[in-house]
Design a protein around this ligand. Structure first.
Ligand SMILES: *[C@@H]1O[C@H](CO)[C@@H](O)[C@H](O)[C@H]1NC(C)=O
Ligand SMILES: *[C@@H]1O[C@H](CO)[C@@H](O)[C@H](O)[C@H]1NC(C)=O
Ligand SMILES: *[C@@H]1O[C@H](CO)[C@@H](O)[C@H](O)[C@H]1NC(C)=O
Ligand SMILES: *[C@@H]1O[C@H](CO)[C@@H](O)[C@H](O)[C@H]1NC(C)=O
Ligand SMILES: *[C@@H]1O[C@H](CO)[C@@H](O)[C@H](O)[C@H]1NC(C)=O
Ligand SMILES: CC(=O)N[C@H]1CO[C@H](CO)[C@@H](O)[C@@H]1O
Length: 314
């Protein structure tokens, strides 16, 4: 019972990303999302994120990240709660796997903590204790008959990078690539499903637009668009790295988790309402999906915003 409670906690974010791996066929078939049955082999699972479950925020060489800082600052989170201990999965991961088996889980999605694996990305030194933690965990997950799905970045930017210009400093692309390289090379033989970023809309909009999430910056007119641009480049860089260097050996897949609201036209007989719903979707999920899946560039809706951000920033 206790363990079941732990898994409920552990599954704060459930079932988020599995539709990333839809085929081109399914992607074009709008109706398939509205009606009918789930595609054959649709993957069900449960998911978590490093900051939300691991705890051990300063153990075994892990450095501070922006969620550590944000929660410790106080005044941002209900009752000033922190993830210092959280579900204590860093220590109790064996119990987590037992619980996963008890509920019959076949796929488990979780994220790696960048600041645990490369505590100071400006030097790029790898923390072997962090690598070993994940190596032991992923190995045990596989032995339990559960397919791991690994997210590289789930909002927890190393604080040192935030202090060095955040996603506005293009050096971060090389630093992210290096981190991805460490993950692919050390865990690639065990992991077939990779996600580069979890919900970059949240990272950029909530983190740097509304400031409700770490690091609490409120620059809605500029920073989300500038930072999203860098994140898209990081995604592309990691995808290419896997494709050129690891795919032949490991034969895995690399994708990204995009969140979105669903927008329905108020009156579907009115073309202007249908267009408004489409524009809203372009604005939210198309912001990232258009450059990544369509043609490498923004849609009309978001390109304008990016240009305006560039102009007002300079
Ligand atoms: C579903 O999985 C089975 C077994 O791996 C495979 O033979 C089949 O082609 C898959 N179907 C689809 C639609 O991918
Ligand atoms: C949370 O931290 C802030 C800032 O330090 C402080 O002003 C506030 O009183 C704290 N709230 C609680 C419930 O402890
Ligand atoms: C980079 O971050 C470190 C640690 O927070 C800080 O001491 C340094 O001044 C920063 N450098 C730049 C160029 O922002
Ligand atoms: C960008 O980050 C690097 C280290 O990651 C730092 O050396 C450099 O000074 C930063 N540039 C700016 C403009 O902050
Ligand atoms: C929806 O729009 C159509 C076309 O303009 C109109 O005839 C119809 O009355 C509208 N329906 C509602 C519920 O407003
Ligand atoms: C967005 C897109 O590619 N839509 C296409 C989906 O398939 C139909 C029928 O094959 C095409 O007409 C659409 O253009």
């Amino acid at each position: 019972m206790l363990q079941l409670k732990r898994l409920v906690l552990l599954s704060i974010v459930v079932l988020s990303a599995l539709s990333c791996f839809v085929t081109t066929d399914q992607r074009n078939s709008t109706d398939a999302f509205y009606y009918g049955v789930l595609p054959e082999n649709f993957t069900w699972g449960a998911s978590t994120a490093a900051y939300q479950i691991e705890g051990a925020w300063n153990e075994d060489g892990k450095s501070e990240n922006i969620w550590d800082r944000f929660c410790h600052e106080g005044g941002h989170i209900v009752m000033n709660l922190t993830g210092d201990v959280a579900c204590d999965s860093y220590h109790k991961w064996r119990d987590d796997i037992t619980t996963m088996n008890e509920i019959g889980l076949k796929h488990y999605r979780f994220s790696l903590s960048w600041s645990r694996i490369v505590p100071d990305p400006t030097t790029g030194v790898v923390n072997e204790a962090g690598v070993n933690f994940y190596l032991n965990f992923i190995t045990a997950v596989k032995q339990a008959g559960i397919e791991p799905m690994v997210t590289l970045f789930h909002w927890d930017l190393p604080q040192i990078l935030e202090d060095n210009g955040s996603w506005g400093n293009e050096t971060i692309i090389k630093q992210y690539q290096h981190y991805a390289d460490v993950a692919f090379s050390r865990f690639g033989h065990l992991v077939k499903y990779w996600l580069t970023f979890n919900e970059p809309w949240v990272t950029t909009w909530m983190g740097y637009g509304t400031g409700q999430y770490a690091p609490g910056t409120k620059q809605p007119a500029t920073l989300p668009y500038l930072y999203a641009h860098t994140i898209i480049k990081c995604h592309a860089t990691a995808w290419r790295l896997y494709d050129t260097t690891y795919r032949a050996r490991f034969n895995g897949m690399v994708s990204i988790t995009l969140n979105t609201n669903f927008y329905a036209p108020k009156n579907s007989s009115k073309p202007e309402d249908v267009e408004a719903a489409e524009r809203a979707a372009q604005f939210m999920v198309g912001w990232f999906a258009h450059p990544i899946y369509v043609d490498g560039d923004y849609s009309q809706v978001t390109s304008l915003l990016y240009v305006i951000s560039m102009t007002s920033e300079n």
